[in-house]
Design a protein around this ligand. Structure first.
Ligand code: GRF
Length: 199
C-alpha cells in the first residue's frame, strides 16, 4: 500500500513509519512526504530515506482555497491508499477532504475528545488528568473531531513536566501509529457514521 505522510515538524512519527516499512511484510511504504514549510527535520528524514518530498506553504498561494487545491493535487500525484497527518499543523479544506476524506488519518497527542488543538499534553497536565495518551482518527472538517480508529493511554506522573509527558505520549503514539497503519492497509476499513470497522 502507498502512504503519503504530511508533516510540519520533527517527523518522529514519520520516522517510525519509514523504519517499519523497511520490512516488506509491513505491507506499506511511504511514497511521498509533504510539508507546509521548509527547513524542518521531517523533510530531512524523508530525504535521508530516499523518499520524494513536496512543500506547499499557505502563503505561497493567493488564497486558502488555492492552497488546498495545490495540496490535493500534489498528494493525488502519488496515488496514496492512505494519507497520514503526522504533526501536520494545517487544517485541510473541502477539496482535500472530498478527495481523501475516507483515507486521511491524523494522530493527536491527547485522548480525544479531551484536549484537542496544538497543546494536548500541556492542556492535559494543566487540567490535572491522571491518564493521558494519543488518538488516531479519520479527519473530518472539524478540529480533532473525526471517527476514532484507536487510542493508547499513558500515566501522568506527579513530577511530570510538559516535556516528560509529551515524550511519554509520543513514544506510545508512534507505536500505535505503526501498528494501526499496518492493520488498516493489510485488512482494509469501513467508516459508518462515527464507527470505524477493521475486519
Ligand atoms: C505528535 O505528537 C502529534 O500528535 C502532534 O505533534 C507531534 C508530532 O511529532 N500533533 P513528530 O513531528 O512526529 O515528531
Amino acid at each position: 500500500a502507498r502512504l503519503v505522510v504530511l508533516v510540519s515538524g520533527s517527523g518522529s512519527n514519520l520516522q517510525a513509519l519509514l523504519d517499519a516499512a523497511t520490512d516488506p511484510a509491513y505491507g506499506a511504504r511511504v511514497v511521498a512526504v509533504g510539508a507546509d514549510r521548509d527547513g524542518i527535520a521531517g523533510l530531512d528524514r524523508a530525504a535521508a530515506a530516499g523518499v520524494p518530498t513536496f512543500v506547499d506553504a499557505v502563503k505561497a498561494y493567493p488564497s486558502r482555497e488555492d492552497w488546498d487545491a495545490a495540496l490535493t493535487a500534489h498528494v493525488a500525484e502519488h496515488k496514496p491508499d492512505l494519507v497520514i497527518s503526522a504533526g501536520f499543523l494545517k487544517l485541510v479544506g473541502p477539496e482535500f477532504l472530498a478527495a481523501f476524506g475516507d483515507r486521511y488519518i491524523n494522530t493527536h497527542n491527547a485522548l480525544l475528545p479531551g484536549f484537542p488543538g496544538i497543546h494536548g499534553p500541556r492542556d492535559a497536565l494543566a487540567y490535572g488528568v491522571k491518564i493521558a495518551g494519543a488518538t488516531l482518527f479519520f479527519v473530518d472538517s472539524g478540529v480533532d473531531t473525526g471517527p476514532i480508529i484507536a487510542q493508547v493511554s499513558v500515566p501522568v506522573l506527579d513530577d511530570d513536566t510538559e516535556e516528560t509527558l509529551t515524550e511519554r505520549i509520543k513514544e506510545a503514539e508512534r507505536r500505535q501509529l505503526v501498528e494501526q497503519v499496518g492493520r488498516l492497509v493489510r485488512e482494509g476499513w469501513t467508516i459508518t457514521g462515527r464507527k470505524v470497522t477493521i475486519p
